[in-house]
Design a binder for this molecule. Structure first.
Ligand code: COA
Ligand code: MG
Length: 288
């Protein structure tokens, strides 16, 4: 089983040359080089050139490089997409996806502009309409080369007028709907950002909550958030050890044809073997 870990996904403004350079040394699994909301209108073209240069030059090692374009209904979207196609980014993050056609459209135009087949589409889930349509959006994953849904919680709060207080209870149903839709079609889901980047206790609690909901990782806004995020979205050492024991137990000849076995007095079924294999694959991919 090969798995691409997406525990820590760090945004950075595309216009910020210092951040683009610094990211080469940071322990994030993926980087989102942003051309959209963190870039002011009069800096859009500078940001596009900087991101193009950075991606072409490389030096980002194993980190997945994702370019967040502006929407195709803005004056910058098509130029952003052309740049992402030419620079050969690993993925294009499409903002404010509302319907399945939006992501299919970006995927097709990306190919028409010479983009590589291997490039994946990631979709921002950040509007009320996106939440209503999340299952249909996830269902077009093959034709749209979609691999990841990213929660845009700041926009969801803005659009809905809900508050993030009280452990985000107001938006939890939308996070969970997105998660179920993603799992139905084999996609990854990345949780939204935590704005108060100096508040480590609050950040830690939100990472734990996201992990409990089943998220694969969290989007980040500051390098100071990476270590905690990697820790909390990695399987715990006990979980890894237990998973390896399950795998070994099912490999024993006497268990070859068994559906259910006992380890340390606990019932273990083949569905647990599948879960254990996933944990072991993540542990291996993250060097644990
Ligand atoms: N990616 C890479 N490097 C970053 C970074 C990021 N997102 N945010 C900060 N850094 C770097 C700074 O360049 C600085 O590097 P240096 O000290 O080696 O020069 C270091 O980390 C410390 O930064 P700090 O001074 O604590 O933060 P700041 O005041 O410069 O910036 C923000 C704070 C919030 C403006 C900045 O973190 C940021 O732009 N975050 C991303 C915002 C974004 O992309 N939003 C869109 C999606 S929500
Ligand atoms: Mg947004």
């Amino acid at each position: 089983m090969t798995i691409r870990p997406r525990r820590s996904v760090l945004y950075m403004p595309g216009a910020n040359a210092r951040a683009l350079e610094k990211a080469k040394t940071l322990d994030a699994d993926a980087l989102i080089l942003d051309l959209e909301d963190s870039v002011a209108p009069d800096a859009k073209s500078v940001a596009r050139s900087r991101v193009a240069e950075a991606v072409k030059q490389g030096g980002y090692g194993r980190r997945e490089l994702v370019i967040r374009i502006n929407g195709l209904d803005t004056p910058w979207g098509v130029d952003d997409l052309r740049m992402a196609a030419e620079a050969d980014a690993d993925a294009v993050l499409v903002p404010k996806v509302a319907r399945p056609g939006d992501i299919v459209n970006v995927s097709r135009i990306h190919m028409a502009l010479g983009g590589a087949e291997r490039t994946r589409m990631w979709a921002m889930m950040e509007t009320p309409m996106a939440i209503f349509n999340v299952r249909e959006i996830a269902s077009v994953h093959q034709v749209a080369r979609l691999s990841c849904l990213v929660l845009g919680t700041n926009d969801l709060l803005k659009e809905s007028r809900a508050l993030a207080t009280g452990g985000r209870f107001a938006i939890l149903p939308w996070l969970s709907m997105t998660l179920l839709a993603a799992r139905t079609y084999g996609l990854d889901v990345i949780d939204g950002v935590y704005n108060d980047f100096r508040d480590e206790a609050g950040f830690r609690a939100e990472c734990e909550q996201g992990r409990t909901l089943g998220m694969d990782g969290k989007t980040l806004i500051h390098p100071g958030q990476i270590a905690v995020c990697n820790e909390l979205f990695s399987p715990a050492p006990e979980e890894i050890a237990w998973s390896r024991r399950i795998i070994e137990a099912f490999l024993l000849p006497e268990n070859a044809s068994k559906g259910v076995i006992t380890i340390d007095g606990k019932m273990v079924e083949r569905l647990h073997l599948a879960m254990a294999e996933r944990v072991a694959a993540i542990a291996e991919a993250t060097g644990q």
